[in-house]
Design a protein. Structure first.
Length: 275
């Protein structure tokens, strides 16, 4: 792994930042192409891109703080301004809420825009998770001895441990006596999620979806919710709700929402204007 790609004076270019930028760029290009293909306003797409970035970054940090609130109270500034420590489902929730408001203000059917937008969310998440692997940012799985298990001795959690005591504290709880157990072989959970999202992207791009029914959006929620729930069960996470992590609880709501959307899709399809 290469958390820092190169340095120019005081400027440090990290692999996570580069891949995150590539994730956003790829998502925006794919979404813009989908908007043009479906004869939708690309200016609206750019507004949604901004809201997706804003909601994604703020929401994911807020959920991470909520999950680790006791550690947050010990050192609030360190957690707020840390370069690591995000729970992506919180970002999705806030981003979706903000985008709902913007789409309604534009007078567009929400599910039509949602159906068009979700392939971009899939490719963005897939590439962004590769950034987690490249940087070794700490969102690892539990120890295992599988052939593809990975260790991250030079990752951000190791190299920045002195500046990131909150993240390291999660590891200490799981591994008493181990200050920074990044030399242990673990499940590469970000890689699992990246592969899952690339498969999801392939399915979402198949010519079987009719924008406006909500089925493509529902399938995204269903696949993503199940995938994240399963991955969370082998990740180093605080389990605070009935033996579940907050991300697993949100994943259940994603799946339930998807089921409801599938059930009601036929009604929405009847209201779609025929070409």
């Amino acid at each position: 792994m290469y958390p820092i790609l190169f340095e120019i004076g005081p400027i440090r270019i990290g692999s996570y930042g580069v891949l995150l930028a590539l994730a956003f760029l790829s998502a925006f290009l794919l979404i813009n192409w989908q908007f043009k293909k479906n004869k939708c306003d690309v200016e609206l797409a750019w507004d949604l891109h901004f809201l997706a970035i804003f909601g994604g970054m703020i929401g994911s940090r807020l959920l991470f703080i909520f999950e680790n609130f006791a550690d947050f109270l010990k050192d609030p500034m360190a957690m707020i301004f840390s370069t690591t420590g995000f729970s992506v489902l919180g970002g999705y929730v806030l981003a979706i809420l903000l985008c709902i408001v913007r789409v309604r203000r534009a007078g567009e059917p929400f599910f039509k825009i949602a159906d068009i937008y979700v392939p971009g969310m899939a490719i963005g998440y897939a590439i962004g998770r590769l950034g987690c692997i490249a940087a070794g940012d700490g969102c690892y799985g539990i120890p295992c001895k599988l052939p593809w298990a990975m260790s991250f001795p030079n990752g951000l959690v190791s190299t920045l441990s002195a500046k990131n005591p909150i993240l390291v504290s999660l590891y200490v709880k799981m591994f008493p006596g181990e200050a920074v157990p990044t030399d242990i072989s673990v499940h590469p959970t970000p890689l699992y999620e990246s592969i899952s999202s690339f498969v999801l992207l392939f399915i979402l791009l198949l010519p079987i979806w009719k924008p406006g029914t909500g089925r493509r959006f529902a399938f995204f929620l269903l696949w993503f919710g199940i995938s994240r729930y399963l991955v969370e069960s082998i990740r180093l996470n605080p389990f605070i709700y009935w033996g579940l992590s907050s991300s697993q609880v949100l994943s259940i709501f994603f799946v339930l929402g998807a089921v409801i959307l599938f059930i009601t899709a036929a009604k929405r399809e009847k209201n779609i204007p025929q070409p």
